[in-house]
Design a protein around this ligand. Structure first.
Ligand code: UD1
Length: 421
């Protein structure tokens, strides 16, 4: 199993290009199920989760082209001429929850679907009740048998759906189901994440009628069919934020290109509060940091609030900050696993319910640690970059699910980081 070995203590200097957003690419890939015509995507990141989604779509009968990198910047062509097997097996859904997103599109296109329940997840219970309730409100019959959701619908009907909580994939799922439904669907308490807007933009190019994406009420007027599209996936705001926090922790000056600064307002504000100097262009962000960061507290919230996917990275920053930070997690009930690993590096963290109190210390000490989930792994990499001596991170397959060439990109910025086997 691959591990990452980091020798800490070097500032970061240089330029890297941000990859396409994992959390936008995955739902956008599912839109291929909604049309017989080709969907030609660019800026799709090369990641295990993208490969898993491609595998899932391929076993349903979708023709999946080879993913190209380099000049084509992650080109990927998908074509669902016919869907031969509207099923998502447990093996694929359990490794990637976003797999449940195929249920609605399959129902809309084939009138039936059989999708495994995702089950538990390392960062919390993460049920899919809102997805199921929404599809039922649109006329689907869904029964749960032997761990599978068996769904049927002649044709989905538009409905007014008020979601109990803000759910990102729930909003995306119901939006995809509604585009081919009969009549109008109104999603209330919708997620406002930029990835929801990116999905809506792609669907619109395919001919869908969607208004309000990016606000908490989305209105979708169903159409009878959709065309293919060419679409460029938005930049990954979490990857961007991770590099920015890494630079704020390690010090130095880096420039990120191919980014979407507008999607990172709170992250940038928090980094400025920590003492970083930041300049943004249309698609670039430059950060410069010298000295110890100031302690910055944060409470996670749905977009445009402080992202739960940035919480672990900011906790790593707080471990070496001047002062005490309080970090509160409100979205997932079990998302502090990285705190225990950071403690192995010497961090002073106390957990009180859903709040971590982090007392900054001068220096972390390198040690062997274990990655427990995707963003937790990123926080350990950041901690490793600033720790004295060597840090060895085990179970980095979590990182490979969501960060494209992380060690290469950090290496290009001068970090001493290598993959070992
Ligand atoms: C997405 C992101 C993930 C991010 C999260 C929150 C993708 C592929 N993943 O995950 O990186 O951390 O948003 O920004 O885009 N909930 C229910 N019932 C449901 C759905 C959700 O109770 O039917 C709860 C969840 O357990 C959680 C909260 O709602 O407590 C938010 O979850 P949600 O926004 O759905 O997260 P994901 O879409 O799974």
């Amino acid at each position: 199993m691959d591990k990452l070995l980091i020798a800490g203590g070097r500032p970061l200097e240089g330029e890297v290009r941000v990859s396409g957003a994992k959390n936008a690419a995955l739902p956008i890939m599912c839109t291929a199920l909604l049309t017989e015509s080709p969907l030609k995507l660019t800026n799709v990141p090369t990641l295990i989760d993208v490969r898993t989604m491609a595998k899932l779509l391929a076993q349903m009968g979708v023709e999946v082209g080879a993913q190209s990198a380099g000049e084509n910047e992650g080109g990927l062509e998908l074509r669902a001429r016919a869907i031969t097997n509207p099923e998502a097996p447990y093996e694929l859904v359990k490794t990637m929850r976003a797999s449940v997103l195929v249920l609605g599109p399959l129902l809309a296109r084939c009138g039936r679907a059989r999708v495994s329940l995702p089950g538990g997840c390392a960062i919390g219970a993460r049920p899919v009740d809102q997805h199921v309730k929404g599809l039922q409100a649109m006329g689907a019959t869904i029964s749960i048998e032997h761990g599978f959701m068996n769904a049927r619908a002649e044709r989905l009907r538009g409905a007014k759906i008020a979601m109990d909580m803000v759910t990102v994939t729930g909003t995306e799922h119901l939006m995809m189901a509604a585009v081919l439904a009969e009549g109008t669907t109104v999603l209330e308490n919708a997620a406002r994440e930029p990835e929801v807007v990116d999905l809506a933009n792609c669907l619109r190019i395919m001919g869908a009628k969607i208004e309000g994406a990016g606000s908490d009420v989305i209105r979708i007027e169903g159409v009878s069919s959709l065309a293919g599209a060419e679409y460029r996936v938005m930049p990954d705001r979490i990857e961007t934020g991770t590099f920015l926090v890494a630079a704020a922790a390690a010090g130095g000056r880096i420039r990120l290109t191919g980014a979407a600064p507008g999607s990172l307002a709170v992250t940038l504000a928090k980094l400025r509060e920590a003492g970083a100097r930041i300049q943004t262009g249309d698609s670039s962000i430059e950060i410069e940091m010298s000295g110890r960061p100031a302690a910055v507290s944060a409470i996670t919230a749905p977009y445009p609030g402080f992202a739960t996917d940035m919480q672990a990275q900011f906790m790593a920053l707080a471990t070496i900050a001047d002062g005490t930070a309080q970090i509160t997690e409100t979205i997932f009930e079990n998302r502090f696993m990285h705190a225990l690993e950071l403690q192995r590096l010497g961090a002073d963290i106390t957990i009180h319910g859903n709040t971590a109190v982090v007392k900054g210390i001068e220096r972390l000490q390198g040690a062997k640690v274990m990655a427990t989930d995707l963003r937790a792994s990123a926080s350990l990499v950041i901690a490793g970059l600033v720790a004295q001596g060597q840090t060895l991170i085990d179970r980095i397959y979590h990182l490979d699910r969501g960060y494209e060439a992380l060690e290469k990109k950090l290496g290009a910025l001068g970090a001493r980081i290598q993959r070992v086997n």
